[in-house]
Design a protein around this ligand. Structure first.
Ligand code: 5GP
Length: 236
């Protein structure tokens, strides 16, 4: 029997997750809705959902080939993918290669400075609290993940960062930073969520032009065109 979309399980700012007739598979629908600054800024980016769905599919497949297990099963259509029914761990794992965004602000650094080694940060995925920065001890006392899981998440995130950095260079893009989320599935911790210009900072390799959601966050213009351009480069 084919896959059938059943009830809505969860609706986030940019995606919806549906149950299916298969207990271990969900359908993710990518929306065009865009939010920033913890929902304070709202808008729509035409066909962002299509780009993010297709870009995530390309990158999840690349990572699987490189031995990084993730929730992607297959693309269903322009805006939807079939994924494994992971239980999301409420952590945002941020890996940074170049200073930007909240870290630049917090540490008083100029944006665009290459970091001598990659920086890994954890945020507690909690909208009410504004996704606060936390460390391993906070993860432990909040019971968000075990020590072993945190170890796997850190090791895997750094490996993903290396694979993606090298891949993006071949597409004339520099991976400045990215946010990852992981989930539990069949006794394992695997990569989940999405990998798109919504949760990666990507700068043009030659001009340093911003090719990601900062165009929306900072009102830089050409938001739709930039998302399309990133997907075009990935498909080349
Ligand atoms: P920053 O902490 O500098 O705002 O973000 C660092 C990186 O993580 C950026 O690539 C940004 O897009 C991503 N990121 C941080 N928080 C979130 C979030 O709540 N949602 C999404 N989609 N991406 C985030």
């Amino acid at each position: 029997m084919g896959i059938q979309k059943l009830e809505l399980l969860y609706e986030g700012k940019a995606k919806k997750v549906y149950k299916t007739n298969h207990s271990k598979q969900y359908i993710v629908t990518y929306k065009d809705d865009a939010t920033a600054f913890n929902g304070e800024k709202k808008g729509t980016v035409l066909n962002k959902g299509v780009v993010n769905n297709q870009m995530s599919a390309i990158l999840f497949q690349l990572l699987e080939e490189m031995g990084i297990e993730n929730h992607f099963i297959q693309l269903l259509n322009d805006r939807e993918m079939l994924v494994k029914s992971v239980e999301i761990i409420p952590l945002e794992v941020i890996i940074r290669n170049v200073s930007a965004g909240s870290m630049a602000k917090r540490l008083g650094l100029e944006e665009g400075i290459p970091l001598i080694s990659s920086v890994l940060e954890f945020s507690y995925k909690n909208d009410e609290l504004g996704d606060p920065l936390i460390n391993d001890d906070h993860i432990e006392i909040l019971g968000l993940a075990t020590k072993k899981e945190v170890e796997i998440i850190k090791y895997t995130s750094l490996k993903i960062n290396e694979i993606l950095q090298q891949f993006f260079i071949t597409k004339s893009l520099k991976l400045i930073d990215l946010k990852l989320e992981f989930g539990r599935y069949e006794d394992k911790v695997i990569l989940a969520d999405e990998i798109s210009p919504d949760n990666c900072r990507l700068w043009d390799l030659k001009t340093n032009e911003k090719m990601d959601k900062d165009r929306f966050r900072r009102d830089l213009g050409n938001v739709e065109e930039t998302y399309q351009e990133v997907l075009k480069r990935l498909n080349k």
